[in-house]
Design a protein around this ligand. Sequence first.
Ligand code: ATP
Length: 246
Amino acid sequence: MPPVASSLILELKGLCAGYGEIQVLWGIDLEVRHGEITALIGSNGAGKTTLMRALSGLIPTTAGNYFSEGRDLTGDTAAEILAHGIVHVPEGRRLFGAMSVEENLLMGAYLRDASRAEINRDLEQVYATFPKLRERRRQAAATLSGGEQQMCAIGRGLMSAPLLLMIDELSLGLSPLLVDQLVAALRELNAGGTSILLVEQDVTIALDLCHRAFVMDMGRIVRSGSGSELLADPIVRDAYLGVLHE
Ligand code: ATP
């Protein structure tokens, strides 16, 4: 299939992927637009993390197509996809524990062809968004709290100058206060132009934060709409918010 003339950051058509013999994603159609926060919701095991892994090239796709800004990324390696600007902040954060916060952040800029001045400017921007990271910049990442580790992982993603920042499980294991801080930071980043694809198990947070959301079930997209449309959708409320039909 030839690349489509489109400025969408992500355009998936019938994407399939899995682990060896086990197929997990069954024909995913999905669109992510510039400047938006897009959320992926769904119950445990629906395939959200698997989709992020396929999008970042960590697992191969087996059918379908994956375009970004009209470029066909289907079959590209993780390094090529990262160089294109699709940046994955994985579940569990995956920081280099023995390295300092600042060293971890600078690792995000490793593949960039940017001047030291540009990198320093972006580092300042990350510290402005997450002042805690500036305070702790010389501290080993392993000694950070869970919330600070999530800030550092997001900061490292930002240091890659992402076209799209994909965050898996923003709030997992964090206190409500920290989650509020992270949500405020994502709103601020998005207002500054960062496009975000978010996997979030707290459906209320996800739908409240996003412009558009896709609901996954058993490896398929079963619903999509604006956050407010899905928040008002009786089936979504029943299945994911524990609210019975009124
Ligand atoms: P959760 O919120 O629980 O992380 P999820 O929607 O992110 O759920 P995935 O982690 O993508 O779901 O899992 C989707 C399916 O893929 C599950 O059935 C899971 O058991 C399977 N799966 C995940 N990782 C692997 C793996 N490495 N090998 C084989 N199967 C896997």
